[in-house]
Design a protein around this ligand. Structure first.
Ligand SMILES: [Zn+2]
Length: 262
């Protein structure tokens, strides 16, 4: 059993065959899928999808890359929505310095406001970070949230350690299945197993075996397999460990314990 800690199953790319994708993912051993939000207009659809199945978990937030689409009132909306719905985390939120046209001060203000909301609600966060780890870490040291996941982590081992010290886990996805990702694969081999959670980021960032295609949560076993090979571990053991990591940091109860997920 494995958990996809970052999958945009709610987006239009899955409208034609979402049920079939989900069925194949379950057959492949995916026991849970965390669906992070992008912008407020998507929240209702995302919540509706997650309400339709026990193994889909919603996160709500305002993605930094879509800065221009967010409204000031969305922050109030976020506070209200997470108070009213069984949301697992605030996300995805963060800083993206990779895209030069994105206003950094605007992103930082949005990120800090959402961290404060997560802190008040006692929720972990799902982070999107590109070329901005040091700024994100500095802000996380100032606004202490209940940990979370740095998704698609691609920083240094030193930055990884700082996230771990702040109660975060690091998400690894399709990139590790490409042998050319040598720096990322070295990092994945060096980290303690307790640091790692699995993700697809579907429909983006697909795995090597499905290069050029839509990514899908059903390919998550490819990520597990690649990580196990890189680390010289048994896939079954790494599956158990990464699933335990995801459940601990996102506080997902084990379904067969017969109690509420939250
Ligand atoms: Zn994402």
């Amino acid at each position: 059993m494995i958990i996809d800690t970052h999958c945009h199953l709610d987006v239009a790319e899955f409208d034609a065959d979402r049920g079939a994708v989900l069925a194949r993912a379950r057959t492949a051993g995916v026991a849970g899928i965390v669906i992070p939000a992008i912008h407020a207009a998507g929240w209702d659809g995302l919540l509706g999808l997650c309400a339709s199945a026990d193994d889909l978990y919603p996160a709500l937030g305002l993605h930094p890359v879509y800065l221009d689409r967010h409204h000031d009132s969305d922050l109030r909306g976020l506070e209200r929505a997470i108070a009213e719905h069984p949301v697992l985390a605030v996300g995805e939120i963060g800083l993206d310095y990779y895209l030069p046209e994105l206003d950094r001060a605007g992103q930082q203000a949005l990120f800090e406001a959402q961290l404060s909301i997560a802190k008040s609600a006692d929720l972990p966060v799902l982070l999107h970070v590109r070329k901005a780890h040091d700024d994100v870490l500095a802000i996380l040291r100032r606004i202490r949230v209940k940990g979370g996941i740095a998704h698609a982590f691609n920083g240094s081992i030193q930055q990884a350690q700082q996230y771990l010290d702040l109660g975060f886990r690091l998400g690894f996805g399709g990139m590790v299945t490409f042998t050319r990702s040598s720096r990322l694969r070295r990092l994945a081999a060096e980290l303690p197993g307790e640091a790692i959670v699995l993700e697809t980021d579907a429909p983006d960032m697909t795995v090597a075996a499905h290069r050029g295609e839509r990514n899908s949560p059903e390919y998550l076993p490819d990520v597990l397999q690649a990580l196990a090979e890189i680390r010289g571990e048994e896939p079954g053991e790494l599956a158990g460990l990464t699933t335990a990591n995801a459940r601990a940091v996102l506080r997902i109860a084990v379904a067969n314990e017969g109690r509420s997920r939250y």
